[in-house]
Each structure stands twice: as structure tokens, then as C-alpha cells.
Design a protein around this ligand. Structure first.
Ligand SMILES: *Cc1c(COP(=O)(O)O)cnc(C)c1O
Length: 393
């Protein structure tokens, strides 16, 4: 080492500070998986001038990298929205909306058929955070106007309810809400943004469990909240930052990877599910098939008016002469249909519910069982249901 050359860095320093920079100009279809907590600034001035809310640049991994910005932009495009924020689960997306738009003293209206953990969270908001909660009949339509109070800030809608499948009149609920300056948030998971144009039907805030169709792999938990309005997005951004809702970029990549086939998969689930649901209408063991595209489903006419598809999720009510012992045996006898929560993946699932413990108002006789129709061959799924129905008697 000569006297005027730089001292050689130590081994640890040189393995941390590499001088290699990959060449520019790499082009491929997928966006890179950009992992980061620390994001680098060129100088102090650039650091001070950069805002975490401005998505034209980067500040800290929690607020996004090119990978998550890309997924957010694509999801906003799918829903015909402007802004999107990713959350660590679908339930976290519900939390984000509640925290952004509700505070102590406020009132929120929630459908009686709402996704179970969403209901549990609302009860928690009521018990511990001073928010008053009222559950409404999902088929209430314009009648929601009578339930809106001075302090009502938010109305949740689920279209349709993901267990009992009632299809609400979203435009009527939105019209009543907007007449009183109340926001409407929709859990749009069932239609994946493919079969229901939520903003066009009046919704202000869309929530998605990407865990379902967008992921499509039964291997990711993620959620999204999508808006058109800048002021709503700012409220959501502030809550998102304060809650610290980061997502892992490997998971973001998995969702991005399956997104181009979203509609193809959704339509394949839809076709198969409609065949199976129609077949079930002719079975004596089943009293009602709760599939929005079939007339037995409450709100079927609204589905026909407002929706362009149906996906793979529907439920049935067994004839009231069958007790839980028998319907449990039916579920346990299925071979291709596996027993588990969630849906939207390639594998078919089946799960029984105890509706009397889930609802304020539930008077349908017969036990409810929900099917998620996967991407297996339809005739094999029908044969599986047929052999399991044979165990009932
Ligand atoms: C699954 C689901 C959620 C929650 O999604 P997670 O990612 O499992 O938290 C919310 N709403 C509906 C309708 C769902 O089916």
C-alpha cells in the first residue's frame, strides 16, 4: 500500500459496501421484488423534501416499494378507482376503513350477514371504543334511510353476504346514505372487482380480501382498500401510516403473478359453480340453493340487475329433517372437497355454519353448508357431492 492511496477497507466493510451496480435497461414482464425497510436519499435536502404520501417517490419500506406501488395501481385499475392501499390481510383492510372514518361517538350501520370477524371487530369498537353499531337487514334497500342517525358516519355493505348470500340493493343504500352525507364502504371480495362495478353503483370505499381470488393460491393473506376521492384516500393514508400496515413484497409478488388470470379463473369458478348449484336444486336433500344467480337466493333480482358474474362461492340449506349429525357426516364424507375456511383458490372447499349463533335475525329452517367451487372437473365434484349425500340416509 503506497502512502497516497486510500487505505484498503476491511473485509466486513467491503462485503457490505459493494461498488457493483447492475446495468440499466433490464426489461421483462414482472416488476422486480423490491425488499426494503431503509430507502436511500441522495442528500439531506432530497430527504427533507420527500413526502411519504407522494407515491411518485420512496421514503421508507413501510410506505411502499415499486413492487407494492405496482400492485396498488393495478388493483385501482381493476376497480376503476384512483387510489389503493395494501394491508396485511382482508380483515386489516376492514380495520383500516373503520379506523380512518370512525371515532368515539360515531354510529356505523353494518349488515346482519356481514363477514364474521368484521362483526366481531364492530362489537369490539362498540364495547371498547365508544362507537355505536347497528346491524341491519341486508335486504333493507332504501329502507336504510330510517336507520341513519345524526352521528352515522359509515354504512358497510357486503355484496352478497359471503355465507348466507343475500344480495343487497347497493345503489338504493348509497342513494340514502349520500342524501345524509354518509359514506358507504363495500366488502367487494365475493365479486373480486370482476363481477360488480362498485364505484359505478355508488360506493365510496371498496375493500377487498386479496387472500381470495386475486391471490388464487390459498397461500397469501392480504387486503386492499380502493377509493376514487383524494380526500378519502388522504384519511385512509393517515390511518394506514399510524397503524403501521406494511405488507411483505414476496407476498405482493405472488398476488401480482396471479393477477393476469383473475378473470379467467373467476369465470371458470363461476361456470362450474353454476352447474353444481343447478344440480343441487334437483336434490331432495336440499331445500334451498343460495346462489345469487338462482331464484331461491334472496336478492336474486338485484344480482341480475347489477352483477355480471358470480364466482365459485355459494351455500345450500339442507332439508330441515336432517340434523347436524347428518350434515356433519355429509361434510366429513366429501373427498375432493376439503374442510377449511377461505375460498378463491384452485381447491374446492366445504364448510358447515351454525347460523343461529352468527345472526341477530335468522329464521331459515335447515342447516347451512357453504361450498367454494375450485377448478377441478365439474363432474368429479358433482360425483363427490352425490356420494356424500348418500351417507345422509
Ligand atoms: C376472507 C374474507 C375477508 C378477510 O380476509 P382475510 O385476508 O382472511 O383477513 C373479509 N371479507 C370477506 C367477505 C372474506 O371472505
Amino acid at each position: 500500500m503506497s502512502e497516497n492511496s486510500k487505505p484498503e477497507p476491511g473485509f466486513n466493510t467491503s462485503i457490505i459496501h459493494s461498488e457493483y451496480v447492475a446495468p440499466d435497461g433490464f426489461a421483462a414482464f414482472p416488476v422486480g421484488i423490491h425488499h426494503a425497510s431503509t430507502v436511500l436519499f441522495n442528500n439531506v435536502k432530497a430527504m427533507r423534501e420527500r413526502s411519504w404520501q407522494d407515491k411518485s417517490a420512496y421514503t421508507y419500506g413501510l410506505h411502499g416499494t415499486p413492487t407494492s406501488f405496482t400492485l396498488e395501481a393495478r388493483l385501482a385499475e381493476i376497480e376503476n378507482g384512483e387510489h389503493c392501499l395494501l394491508t396485511p390481510s382482508g380483515l386489516a383492510a376492514i380495520t383500516l376503513v373503520n379506523m380512518a372514518f370512525l371515532q368515539s361517538g360515531d354510529h356505523v350501520l353494518i349488515p346482519d350477514n356481514v363477514y364474521g370477524p368484521s362483526r366481531d371487530q364492530a362489537d369490539w369498537l362498540s364495547r371498547s371504543f365508544g362507537v355505536s353499531v347497528r346491524y341491519y337487514d341486508p335486504l333493507i334497500g332504501a329502507g336504510i334511510a330510517a336507520l341513519i342517525e345524526e352521528n352515522t358516519r359509515l354504512i358497510w355493505v357486503e355484496a352478497p353476504g359471503s355465507v348466507s348470500m343475500e344480495v343487497p340493493d347497493v345503489p338504493a343504500i348509497c342513494a340514502a346514505a349520500h342524501a345524509r352525507g354518509v359514506l358507504v364502504a363495500l366488502d367487494n371480495t365475493w365479486s373480486a372487482g370482476v363481477a360488480f362495478a362498485a364505484f359505478e353503483h355508488g360506493v365510496d370505499i371498496i375493500m377487498q380480501a386479496l387472500t381470495k381470488y386475486q391471490s388464487g393460491g390459498s397461500d397469501v393473506l392480504m387486503g386492499a382498500v380502493i377509493t376514487r376521492d383524494n380526500a378519502l384516500n388522504t384519511r385512509l393514508q393517515m390511518a394506514h401510516m399510524r397503524l403501521g400496515f406494511g405488507v411483505g413484497m414476496d407476498d405482493v409478488y405472488l398476488v401480482l403473478r396471479n393477477l393476469p388470470t383473475l378473470q379467467l379463473r373467476f369465470n371458470a369458478h363461476d361456470q362450474s359453480a353454476r352447474k353444481i348449484a343447478s344440480w343441487l336444486t334437483n336434490r331432495p336433500e336440499i331445500s334451498k340453493v343460495l346462489h345469487p344467480a338462482l331464484p331461491d337466493c334472496p336478492g336474486h333480482d338485484i344480482w341480475q340487475r347489477d352483477f355480471s358474474g358470480a364466482g365459485g362461492l355459494f351455500s345450500v340449506l339442507f332439508d330441515a329433517k336432517y340434523g347436524e349429525e347428518q350434515t356433519d357426516r355429509f361434510v366429513d364424507s366429501l373427498k375432493l372437497f376439503k374442510l377449511g375456511y377461505s375460498w378463491g383458490g384452485a381447491h374446492s372447499l366445504c364448510i358447515p355454519y351454525r347460523m343461529q349463533y352468527m345472526r341477530t335475525n335468522w329464521s331459515e329452517p335447515g342447516i347451512l353448508v357453504r361450498f367454494n367451487i375450485g377448478l377441478e372437473d365439474t363432474q368429479d365434484l358433482i360425483a363427490d357431492i352425490e356420494q356424500a349425500l348418500a351417507t345422509l340416509t
